[in-house]
Design a protein around this ligand. Structure first.
Ligand code: SF4
Ligand SMILES: [Zn+2]
Length: 358
C-alpha cells in the first residue's frame, strides 16, 4: 500500500469524509432502547491465561461511543443500539447488572469465574460509566476470579483499571485495536488512534497490575482477502510482542446494520471473510507466544464470515475447538471442495475488483 498523502486528511476527504458518510447512515436508525436492560447478555466458556472458565458476557447499554457520535468505525453498528440522549444513570446501569446476574442464576447452577463487560463504546470512559458505577460493579463481582473490561486506549489508566485489581480480580483490559497496521486502522476501519497508543495503554494496564486483550478485526472494507489475511498474521505477531498483551481475539468482520460496510455489501462491494481465512491465520500464528482465539459471529450466513454453505459448521467447530486447546492440528481434520475457490480468491482478488466470489 502507498503512504497516505496529507490531502487525504483534508476536510471532506479521508477520515472527515468517512465520518460524514457514517453520520448520515446512522441517522437513518430511529429505534430506541430501554436504559434498564443490557444490550445483550450470555453465558459461554473462555480460554484465559489461567485456563478455561465459564464466562458471563455483558454488553451494557450506555450512552454510546463518543467516536461513533462523530461518525465512527466503518463496520460498527453498536452505536445504533445505544440509548438515545447520550448517558445512562447510575441506578439504571446497576439495574442492567442485576438483570445479568438474574440471567446467570436462571441459566446456570454455577457462578461464572470470568466476567466480561463491554459497552457500546468504552467501559472505562467516565462519560459512559461514571466512577461511582465502575466501583460498584467492581464490588459486585469481587467474588469472581477474573474480569475483562473493554476500553479504547485513551481511558486506560492506573486509577480506572486499579478499581478492579484492588477488588482482588485478575483484570484484563480489552482494547479494540482492530489491526496493528496504522494505515488500515485509519483508512479502512476509520478508527483514529495509533498502535503506539495501544502500546501506551498496555503499559498503563500493566502498571496497575492488569493484562491486555487485543481485539483484531479481520477484513475491514477495501482490503482483498489476501491483504486481510496478511494484515491479521502481522497484527497477531506484533500484538504478541507487546508486554502485557497475553491474548488476541481475532474476529472476522460481519455486516452490521446502519454501517458503511452494509452500504458496500448491498452494492456488491463487500464480502465478509472466508472461514478458511480465519483458520489460516490461527494455524499459522499458533507458535506465537500469545493466546489467539476467534469467535466468528454470524458464521455461515451471507452477512457473516462464510465458506460455501456445506462446510461452515464444520470449520466453525474446528475454530471453537482451537480457541480452547490452541492446537493447530484441529484444522487438518477439516476439508471441503470450496478450498479451491478460496485459494483462487486469495491469489487473484485485488482491492479494486472485490469481491471476486461471493
Ligand atoms: S468500533 Fe468501538 S470505537 Fe468504533 S464506533 Fe464502534 S464502539 Fe466506537
Ligand atoms: Zn465448503
Amino acid at each position: 500500500m502507498s503512504k497516505p498523502s496529507p490531502e487525504v486528511y483534508e476536510e471532506g476527504k479521508g477520515m472527515d469524509a468517512h465520518n460524514s458518510v457514517m453520520r448520515d447512515i446512522r441517522s437513518r436508525n430511529d429505534s430506541t432502547y430501554d436504559p434498564r436492560e443490557p444490550t445483550r447478555v450470555w453465558l459461554d466458556e473462555d480460554n484465559t491465561p489461567d485456563g478455561v472458565y465459564q464466562s458471563l458476557t455483558i454488553i451494557l447499554n450506555t450512552g454510546g461511543c463518543r467516536w461513533a457520535r462523530a461518525g465512527g468505525c466503518t463496520m460498527c453498528g453498536y452505536v445504533a443500539e445505544s440509548v438515545e440522549g447520550g448517558s445512562v444513570a447510575h441506578e439504571d446501569l446497576m439495574a442492567q447488572i442485576q438483570h445479568c446476574l438474574d440471567h446467570e442464576a436462571e441459566n446456570s447452577d454455577e457462578t461464572s469465574g470470568l466476567i466480561k463487560i463491554y459497552t457500546s463504546g468504552s467501559f472505562l470512559d467516565e462519560r459512559e460509566v461514571p466512577a461511582e458505577t465502575r466501583r460498584a460493579i467492581a464490588e459486585t463481582f469481587a467474588d469472581r476470579e477474573r474480569i475483562v473490561v473493554e476500553s479504547l486506549p485513551d481511558f486506560v489508566d492506573e486509577e480506572t483499571v486499579g478499581d478492579f485489581v484492588d477488588a482482588g480480580l485478575e483484570t484484563d483490559v480489552a482494547v479494540g485495536l482492530e489491526t496493528a497496521t496504522d494505515r488500515v486502522r485509519h483508512d479502512c476501519v476509520n478508527k483514529y488512534f495509533d498502535f503506539a497508543d495501544f502500546e501506551e495503554a498496555s503499559e498503563a494496564a500493566q502498571a496497575a497490575g492488569a493484562g491486555v486483550k487485543a481485539y483484531l478485526l479481520m477484513k475491514p472494507p477495501f482490503l482483498s482477502e489476501a491483504e486481510a489475511v496478511e494484515d491479521m498474521k502481522r497484527s497477531v505477531r506484533r500484538c504478541g510482542a507487546v508486554d502485557g498483551c497475553h491474548t488476541v481475539s481475532m474476529n472476522p468482520c460481519n455486516v452490521q446494520r446502519y454501517t458503511m460496510v452494509e452500504e458496500l455489501y448491498h452494492d456488491g462491494g463487500y464480502r465478509p471473510p472466508w472461514l478458511w481465512s480465519v483458520a489460516d491465520v490461527l494455524e499459522s500464528t499458533a507458535d506465537e507466544d500469545v493466546i489467539v482465539v476467534s469467535d466468528p459471529v454470524g458464521h455461515g450466513s451471507d452477512r457473516g464470515p462464510h465458506n460455501c454453505g456445506e462446510c461452515d459448521d464444520k470449520v466453525q467447530r474446528a475454530i471453537k475447538d482451537f480457541d480452547l486447546r490452541q492446537d493447530p492440528s484441529v484444522f487438518e481434520q477439516v476439508s471441503c471442495e470450496c478450498e479451491a475457490t478460496w485459494d483462487a480468491v486469495i491469489e487473484r482478488e485485488r482491492g479494486y475488483s472485490l469481491p471476486l466470489a461471493r
